[in-house]
Design a protein around this ligand. Structure first.
Ligand SMILES: NC(=O)c1ccc[n+]([C@@H]2O[C@H](COP(=O)([O-])OP(=O)(O)OC[C@H]3O[C@@H](n4cnc5c(N)ncnc54)[C@H](O)[C@@H]3O)[C@@H](O)[C@H]2O)c1
Length: 312
């Protein structure tokens, strides 16, 4: 297939490009390199089936690029993805994550692109859910501009499907981790712990260590995107996580074990506004996409630690 990936030079986008090229697709990667790195695309760029365009998704030229490339699916991952930055500078977040997403959807319609898959956020759109695991049927209560922008993006995807017939699927990703992840953002804690523990530097947990997240390995997330290419996810919003909650204390223990370092974090006060716990119910993704998380935490952490150890 001919595909466009926005946010291609980022953590998840670059893994997605690698896999799409390996599977024989023709891929155009778009990224403004604001946080992404061309080095992440070193493998994909060796293939004739991959090309890269340095482009900001909020620019009007995006429509020209899509009109020229005529993709069958746009996989939209470009975003300002740091929750704390969205609180500090909500307008910047809105520009990229809302206006940018609308511009992507509009460019899809203008170029007669039939389908879009949108990277939403299972870790932030629900806010603090009334019970765990959070299911897609729950009302959304985002508690940050980032979460609000992702929720808005989902409603635009649905509106463009109704208004223009642009088929769309929204994948609500859990806390994605794996090689190439910068130590910032929603799930950067894995690379923060791994980097510090490998250098035998102190590590710090905010709060009492009981706060819980749904850590999902990047290859499993890539697999969920791939399963949407043919239309199985059209019209749906699907949680993509491990389905299992891991406390930050248990995560520290697991990373320390993978690194063979002492498991002795320091504790600091909880950061205001931070969500306490989220775990995603992934039953709908299982049923709709035939998707299954396959990489357990121990295996995923071992691969991530290997990457951190070998100098990133
Ligand atoms: N990593 C996670 O745990 C997680 C969880 C839920 C959702 N997501 C979503 O998945 C997507 C990918 O996240 P990631 O972890 O790979 O983050 P990332 O920051 O590594 O990747 C995002 C990419 O988008 C690019 N970008 C930012 N603004 C842009 C713009 N205006 N125009 C073009 N490109 C732009 C960045 O340069 C970067 O390469 C994002 O939409 C993010 O919100 C990530």
């Amino acid at each position: 297939m001919r595909l466009v990936v926005t946010g291609a030079a980022g953590f998840i986008g670059s893994h997605l490009c690698d896999r799409l090229v390996a599977d024989g697709h023709t891929v155009v990667g778009l990224d403004d390199l604001s946080t992404g790195r061309l080095a992440n695309l070193a493998a994909a760029r060796k293939s004739k089936a991959f090309s890269f365009s340095n482009l900001d998704i909020t620019r009007p030229e995006l429509a020209d690029v899509l009109a020229k490339e005529r993709p069958e699916v746009v996989l939209h991952l470009a975003a300002q993805m740091d929750v704390r930055k969205s609180v500090e500078d909500p307008l910047h977040d809105t520009r990229t994550n809302v206006l940018g997403t609308v511009n992507v959807l509009d460019a899809c319609v203008r170029s007669a692109t039939p389908r879009v898959v949108f990277a939403s956020s299972g870790g932030t759109v629900y806010g603090t859910p009334p019970k765990l695991p959070a299911s897609e049927r729950m009302v959304l209560h985002p508690a940050s501009p980032y979460g609000s922008a992702k929720a808005a993006g989902e409603t635009y995807v649905a509106a463009y499907q109704r208004l223009h017939g642009l088929a769309g699927c929204c994948l609500r990703l859990g806390n994605v981790y794996g090689p190439r992840q910068d130590p910032h953002g929603e799930a950067g804690v894995v690379s923060i712990f791994a980097g510090a523990l490998l250098k035998r530097q102190p590590t710090r947990l905010f709060g009492d260590g009981t706060s819980t997240r749904d850590y999902v390995y990047v290859d499993d997330v890539v697999d969920a995107f791939l399963r949407c290419l043919g239309g199985k996810g059209d019209g749906r919003r699907l949680n993509v996580g491990s389905g299992t909650g891991t406390t930050v204390r248990a995560l520290h223990t697991a990373v320390a074990r993978a690194v063979s370092a002492p498991d002795a974090p320091e504790f600091a006060p909880a950061r205001p506004g931070e969500l306490h716990s989220i775990v995603l119910d992934v039953g709908q993704a299982r049923r709709a996409l035939g998707w299954e998380p396959t990489v357990g935490l121990e295996q995923g952490l071992a691969q991530t630690v290997d990457w951190v150890r070998t100098g990133r």
